[in-house]
Design a protein around this ligand. Structure first.
Ligand SMILES: *[C@@H]1O[C@H](CO)[C@@H](O)[C@H](O)[C@H]1NC(C)=O
Ligand SMILES: *[C@@H]1O[C@H](CO)[C@@H](O)[C@H](O)[C@H]1NC(C)=O
Ligand SMILES: *[C@@H]1O[C@H](CO)[C@@H](O)[C@H](O)[C@H]1NC(C)=O
Ligand SMILES: *[C@@H]1O[C@H](CO)[C@@H](O)[C@H](O)[C@H]1NC(C)=O
Ligand SMILES: *[C@@H]1O[C@H](CO)[C@@H](O)[C@H](O)[C@H]1NC(C)=O
Length: 639
């Protein structure tokens, strides 16, 4: 992960020679390996480029890069496929070389279309006085913009700053396509025109329609002096994934769960679904997901990682890969596949976060029936875990024994059974209310913004603490404090959206059948950038670490999009089986046992963060705890 930023000013008297200190600090957190600034001056405009690199592969390549033609490039991404990048190469330089050799717009678009992997970039094309920028199709990397008409300037940045009291706010750059700003004409007209080159998701009429739709949407959120324009005809980016298969089953089908009274889901119920055809589909899924995980665990500078850690007895190796780990099926499948590709003598860190539960909240877990009756929250049934391991736990210190800790420990046992010779560092990250409040104020709130709901607060904070990786590991009968230094963090995000894992999918299916479910899934994948990915990227990047999303690999999404919905989920089957059916079948084939049958539990409930503070909020409410933090009482603490 890197921190990239470009601040452009048109009024020479306001020209910035440096970035604001708080912005610079936030960017440096993301790219601790090297920092560099570059000023480009023209008669009409001035661009300050600021690049902060997290070194991951090839030789350290300080950003921004500049070539002899005066072009400048900032890259926050990974080329996993599409362009050839050898292990010893730096993908930043390769993409820049390709860009520099582009002579027209369509060249640039076909180059960007080829790159597979997460990215956001800023490219200054000297010959046309243009600034190109954008985010990948899913928005796996953050990029924000901030327009300021007072000082006649604008700024693009991976991460923003606290801006309370200021009229114009940071906003996420939409993922509808990539943008170009002509700096010369902006300077003379005093109006910023954002030219959008959209993804070509369909052919003909529909593209134009969609393009107009996204233009209207984008413009609505911008200040008056900024407008969005479509590029000239036929200048599109090529959609990197195949469209969602919306086919409906022939003949009548059931939309209500028939099996609910038969008790907890069993392996046998799952086994029944594994006919010859499904066996084949499951194998194809495992293959494509395995390649995705492989790409994400092998693109690393492994040779440098020989720092012995006798204390933990890790045989002189440190973990290069960590996994956000709840013990749920998504993280278990990723861990199992990661184990296939990571060198055997290298430990894997499993990051498991728990927020201290209050006396009042705790008994709920041990008595699901009671909590069901008491809790009128719409998510109530996401919470009660039928997992038998929850009852078997006999640790006297139960304050942090939240549901995800319990399933995490059970998951650890399964992984140890699958590969006993691997060192699995189960990192128990215990967070107290006091620590949560302190760090939310000091750091996390400015990373979450411009997102601002209660749900963003809960998940943003939980992911921040989990990815920081400071906790405890039990080794040789002793509990030791532990800090995960793995620069790459795998997360299971994207599985629920594509495989109908949320309870809302069941509700939707019961109301609107397969057609409704297809539409819901299409919509959710379309909004995952603005709902989750930008936020998670900013939060994880703050530790100088990089999030990677195996379920959002282009080939994985294309494969899942090509399947009819009923091969991915069968919501007439009970919870713990029907949702994410395909993933459960894959888990079973991979040798996983109990975790293959765990129902979905949202992170905010599993980690118990949602129980820490106010209990009566709705997830979609604006979160007061993220607001009203003024710059004066913001004391940034260095770790
Ligand atoms: C990667 O960057 C380093 C340092 O900037 C440079 O020496 C090296 O040639 C680059 N590699 C490639 C393949 O461009
Ligand atoms: C763009 O430039 C390439 C050569 O780099 C050329 O082959 C192509 O025809 C040009 N396209 C347009 C639309 O001008
Ligand atoms: C800046 O924009 C605001 C609102 O869009 C407007 O009220 C104000 O007059 C503008 N200021 C200048 C200097 O253009
Ligand atoms: C962290 O929480 C676990 C319970 O899940 C507990 O066993 C452990 O003692 C706690 N560690 C510390 C240092 O509080
Ligand atoms: C869903 O599962 C049930 C029970 O196994 C089965 O009867 C039904 O055909 C499945 N539905 C679809 C669409 O495959």
């Amino acid at each position: 992960m890197c921190g990239i930023c470009c601040s452009v000013s048109f009024a020479v008297e306001h020209a910035n020679r440096d970035l604001r200190a708080d912005l610079l600090y936030n960017l440096k957190q993301r790219g601790p390996s090297s920092s560099k600034q570059l000023l480009k001056c023209d008669a009409n405009y001035q661009c300050l480029f600021s690049g902060h690199t997290l070194h991951l592969r090839g030789a350290v390549t300080a950003q921004p890069l500049e070539d002899e033609g005066g072009n400048v490039f900032l890259w926050n991404g990974e080329v996993f496929n599409g362009l050839k990048v050898e292990t010893q190469d730096n993908d930043t330089r390769i993409v820049f070389n390709c860009l520099s050799s582009c002579t027209n717009e369509s060249d640039i678009l076909s180059l960007i279309s080829k790159v597979q992997g997460p990215w956001s970039f800023i490219y200054y094309q000297a010959s046309s006085h243009s600034l190109w920028f954008g985010r990948d199709f899913f928005g796996r990397r953050s990029l924000l913009w901030h327009f300021n008409n007072l000082s006649e300037s604008f700024c693009l940045s991976s991460v923003g700053t606290q801006t309370s009291g200021v009229v114009t706010q940071w906003q996420e750059v939409p993922v509808s396509g990539i943008f170009r700003i002509d700096l010369h004409s902006t300077a003379t007209s005093k109006c910023v025109i954002l030219k959008l080159y959209p993804w070509n998701s369909n052919s003909g009429e529909k593209v134009i329609q969609e393009c107009v739709g996204s233009l209207t949407q984008i413009s609505a959120n911008l200040p008056k002096f900024v407008s969005v324009e479509a590029s000239e005809a036929k200048l599109y980016l090529e959609n990197p994934i195949v469209p969602l298969n919306m086919i409906l089953p022939q003949g009548p089908f059931e939309t209500h769960c028939t099996d609910i009274s038969r008790g907890p889901p069993t392996r046998e119920t799952l086994q029944v679904c594994l006919n010859t055809h499904m066996r084949e589909v499951v194998q194809q899924f495992i293959d494509v997901l395995s390649i995705s995980v492989k790409r994400r665990v092998l693109c690393l500078p492994r040779d440098e990682s020989l720092t012995p850690d006798e204390a933990l007895g890790t045989r002189g190796r440190k973990a290069n890969i960590a996994i956000l780990f709840s013990g749920g099926i998504d993280s278990m499948v990723i861990a199992t596949l990661a184990d296939r590709h990571i060198p055997l003598d290298e430990p894997i860190d499993l990051l498991n976060v728990a927020f201290m539960t209050t006396e009042k909240a705790r008994p709920a877990r041990f008595n699901p029936k009671k909590s069901k009756k008491k809790n009128h929250c719409e998510f109530a049934f996401e919470e009660c875990s039928p997992n038998p391991a929850a009852m078997a736990d006999d640790n006297p210190d139960t304050r942090f024994n939240v549901p995800d800790r319990v399933t995490g420990r059970a998951g650890l046992k399964e992984l140890q059974a699958i590969n006993p010779s691997r060192i699995w560092n189960f990192v128990e990250i215990n967070v107290s209310l006091e620590e949560l409040q302190k760090l939310r104020r000091a750091r996390i709130c400015q990373l979450i913004q411009p997102l601002d709901t209660v749900l963003d607060d809960s998940i943003g904070c939980a992911v921040w603490f989990a990815s920081r990786g400071i906790g405890y590991v039990a080794a040789a009968d002793k509990v030791k404090s532990y800090q995960s230094d793995a620069k790459v963090i795998l997360t299971g995000i994207g599985a629920d959206e594509q495989l109908a894992g949320y309870s809302r999918h069941r509700v939707c299916f019961q109301k609107h059948g397969f057609e409704g479910l297809n539409k819901e899934i299409e919509m959710e994948l379309g909004r995952i950038s603005s709902r989750n990915l930008g936020r998670d990227d900013r939060v994880i990047g703050d530790h100088g670490k990089e999030a990677r999303f195996p379920f959002l690999d282009e080939n994985v999404v294309s494969f899942l999009n090509s399947l009819p919905i009923w091969e991915k989920a069968n919501l007439t089957l009970p919870r713990g089986i029907g949702e994410k059916l395909l993933l459960r079948l894959a888990a079973m084939q991979l040798g996983l046992t109990a975790s293959a049958l765990l129902p979905k539990r949202a992170m905010q409930f599993g980690s118990r963060i949602a129980k820490m503070e106010k209990n009566n909020e709705k997830a979609s409410d604006k979160c007061g705890r993220l607001q009203g933090v003024s710059l004066e009482n913001l004391s940034i603490e260095k770790r």
